[in-house]
Structures are given as C-alpha cells and as structure tokens.
Design a protein around this ligand. Structure first.
Ligand code: PHE
Length: 336
C-alpha cells in the first residue's frame, strides 16, 4: 500500500457518492467503503506490511480518509432526510395564491380609446392647466359679465384668484393664443364644479374638448367628424342626432345624442325610454372667441365640441352611481 492507493480509494469514493441520488444507493456506497469488509477496512488491514518509519504517517492518512468519508456520507444522508421532510410539508394540491395584475382605470381606458380615434382623424392632443384664470375659463369664451356659470355656486375659486376650470373649453383659447391657424386639437382633462354630490354628479369629472379652426370650416364638417367618431367608438350601426342648444362660445350650438347602444333606440332604463343618450355639446366657434385670441374671424371659422367622459363610461358599463369611478375600490377596479 502506498499514498497513491489511499488517494485512489478517495477518488473512487467521491465518484460513487456523486452517483448516489437516493438513500438506498447512499447506503450501498457506505457499505462498499466504510463497511466492516469495505475498502477502508481493507486498507487498514494492510498496515502490517508498512515499514515502521512510514507507519505513523500512513496511519494518519488512513484515519483522515475514514473520517472524511464518514462525514461526507452523514452530510448526504442528512440532505436526503431534510429534502424529504420539506416534500412532506408542502401540499402540492393546494391552489396557488391569486396574482392580481394591475389594470387601467375605466376612465383612463375610455379617454385613451377616444383620443386614439381622434388622432387617426388628424387631431393633435393639447393640455391645459386645471387651475385657470378667469379670462381663459370665462372671459375669452364670451361669457357675459354676469353669466350664472360664474356664480360661486358652480365654480371653485382658489385663494390667489384662479378658478378650477369648469370645463376644458379654456384649452381652446389657450391653444389658439399660442398657435396660428389652422388648429385641430382634442384636449382631455379634469374639470371641477361646485355641485351637490349625488349619484349623477360629482365635484370633479372628465371632458374631452375638440377644436378645429381653418378657412371654410362648416357645420357639415362637425357633423361628419362626430358621426365618424361615434361609429368608430360605438359601432357602425349607431345613429346620432343634433338638438339646438346654447353655449356662449359657440353659435349655432347643439347637443348631440347617440341612439342607445343598449336597446338600439327602442327604449330602456338606460336611455329612460327615449332611445337616445346625450353625449356632448358642440357648435361653431363664436366670432367673439376668435377675436379674443386675435384670429381673423372673417377669414377663419371653426367648430368645437366637448364630451363628458363619465357619462359615456357609465352608459357603457351600466354604472348607476358616478361616485364609484372616484372611490378606488379595488373590488370594483379589479373587474377591468
Ligand atoms: N364646455 C361645454 C360644457 O362644459 C361643452 C362644449 C364644448 C360646448 C365645446 C360647445 C363646444 O358644457
């Protein structure tokens, strides 16, 4: 027996241990190397032939071999045991934890869908501030000095003399003040009104404003665009109708109804048996508005519209209380 013989046995053991993938084959390896008639015992039995001067060193090496192998077997055996324990504790038949993916708020989705339709029709997107000046929110839009909409009842005023915009129409005059015609924009955003909060009205809601000013823009352009928008948003069978109305900043003015998407116009609770749903106000931009922003009102004309996003979403989803759109109740939001 030489040192090489001992190293060789160590090598054989390591290979055998690597191949032992379960407790039974580990037991065999243990028997083969550490058993009473195993390879290590065989080496010990050869100690008698070792010359006395190297007996001490060889003895040390052999003892170390035996200790190392025993320890390796014990470690592996423990690893098997704890793996089995863990496997016993896990019940693979239990259902997993539900993973909730975040989703877009229905209002965000509706605004995005509508904006992408208007973008396809050639509109740019513009934004304005939510705290406005009186001039942009009212004056520039041809509100007479004592118009009831300026009343404290409807408008939130800020301490510095600003107003929380009551509609997105001030984006019209803001945009025109800094851009030469032609302009073709849609402006989405929040608006605020100091109204009693109820199932139908909230102090905050969303509008999308539209404005197209160029030479020779007519009411027919407005009609065509809105009709196309409604068909793209509600489907090709939708019908629309214009009802005369009044806004200080448009002349003539109208309100637009779409045929009820639920009953197709036959009459149902959503359309209150009328077959129609009101979706927006619109009209031809009043010459006074063009004058206020320094446009030549003889040369240019245009149309504007403003649609209420919450109304459309509520009709779409069959929601009867506007407040649920602002409560961030996850039970509600997870449905989308
Ligand atoms: N700003 C109006 C409102 O809030 C809607 C509107 C916009 C009407 C543009 C005509 C033109 O009721």
């Amino acid at each position: 027996m030489t040192k090489e013989t001992i190293l060789e046995v160590r090598k054989q053991f390591e290979e055998a241990l690597n191949r032992a993938k379960d407790p039974a084959s580990l037991e065999k390896v243990k028997h083969e190397f550490l058993g009473r008639k195993g390879k290590v015992a065989g080496l010990f039995s050869m100690m008698g032939d070792i010359p006395p001067e190297s007996r001490k060193e060889m003895g040390k090496m052999l003892n170390k071999l035996k200790d190392d192998l025993s320890e390796a077997v014990a470690l592996r055996s423990e690893a098997f045991a704890s793996g089995k324990e863990r496997a016993k504790r896990i019940d693979y038949s239990l259902p997993g934890y539900a993973v909730h993916r975040g989703s877009q708020h229905p209002l965000t989705r509706a605004v995005d869908d509508m904006l992408s339709i208007f973008e396809r029709l050639g509109f740019d997107i513009a934004y304005g501030p939510e705290v406005e000046t009186d001039w942009y929110n009212f004056e520039s839009l041809n509100f007479p000095p004592n118009h009831p909409a300026r009343d404290m009842q409807d408008t939130f005023y800020t301490e510095g003399g600003g107003v929380l915009r009551t509609h997105t129409s001030p984006v019209q005059t803001r945009y025109m003040s800094s851009h030469e015609p032609p302009v073709r924009i849609v402006a989405p955003g929040r608006v605020y009104r100091n109204e009693a909060i109820s199932a139908r009205s909230y102090c905050l809601f969303h509008q999308i404003e539209g404005l197209y000013v160029d030479e020779n823009i007519t009411f027919a352009d407005l009609k065509g665009t809105i009709e196309l928008f409604c068909r793209l948003y509600y489907g090709k069978d939708v019908k629309i109708r214009f009802r005369g109305s009044y806004f200080p900043f448009t002349e003539p003015s109208a309100e637009i109804d779409v045929s009820c998407f639920l009953c197709g116009g036959k009459g149902c609770p959503v359309c209150k048996q009328t077959g129609w749903l009101e979706i927006m106000g619109c009209g031809m931009v009043d010459p006074n508005v063009l004058k206020a922003v320094g446009y030549d009102h003889e040369k240019y004309s245009g149309y504007a519209f403003g649609l209420g996003v919450e109304r459309m979403v509520m009709m779409r989803l069959g929601i009867h209380d506007i407040r649920i759109l602002f409560e961030n109740d996850v039970e509600f939001l997870r449905q989308f």
